[in-house]
Unconditional design. Sequence first.
Length: 308
Amino acid sequence: MKIKNLIPVYIRIPVIFFAVFGAMEYFIDSGDRPAFIKFPMVSLFLFVFLFLLIAIEITIAAVDNITYQMLSKEQKKQLTEVVSVNFADFVWYKKARKFFGKPEATDDEANLLLNHDYDGIRELDNNLPPWWVYLFYGCIGFAAVYLVRFEIMNGDNPEMEFKKEMAQAKIDVENYKKTAPDIMDEKKVVLLTSAEDIAKGKTIFMTNCVACHRADAGGQVGPNLTDDRWLLGGGIKNVFHTITNGGRDGKGMIAWKTTLKPTEIQHVASYVLSLQGTHPVNPKAPDGEIWVDPEIKPADKSISMIAK
């Protein structure tokens, strides 16, 4: 009874209805459309539910009215005293009103008058509401912390923090690219020489490349991959580029970038380069030109020739 008096029916029914409505929209997966539009049964249920809510409230009100009419005058008076609920009677309401409300009025305004006079308008020295006072003290405390943090200790302001975070993000992205398994291009590709990597490259080669280059890479439709001549340049970067983007237009190898991952291309390119100097059976005649690694300095070439 107290709850009914505390929450009027015109508030209670909409709150219950929209609580059920919101729960159904949350739990029913209806995609980008509201559930009550996508599923007609939901609309029907909500309509019936609202009808039942109103019917229940009407029934309860009728029963309460009949029961009240059957009471004696004394019982009616006692019931009225018990069920009468006023917000102002609650302790929490009184505290909240005192905290957020206006200062209490006083009859002794003469003692509160200040010596300020603006065209006959006098000012009272009323106490400020507690929320305003606490907020003012909080602002003072915040200002003190702000002053020490940013003016005395030279802390980073939001703009500087953003610039540092963006710079760190760029570094993190570059570090990720260096170690990411499938982010590879011809600029940072490196030759793989371990037996495990070469074995992986051989597997890829045997699966995709033998039809044109033969199992021993001696060449068939495609060129011989074991000699020192290259149509589009040798070295890991050029071979990686050729496999990725394909050979010469109209008559060269297809581009494998849509079939193989960058790391797979790196493995097969490293395997191809590991075949340099091998001797396949009946190799195809050399095609292209002798390729010299531009990164090797002339002095390094001389040392290499002496070593040979």
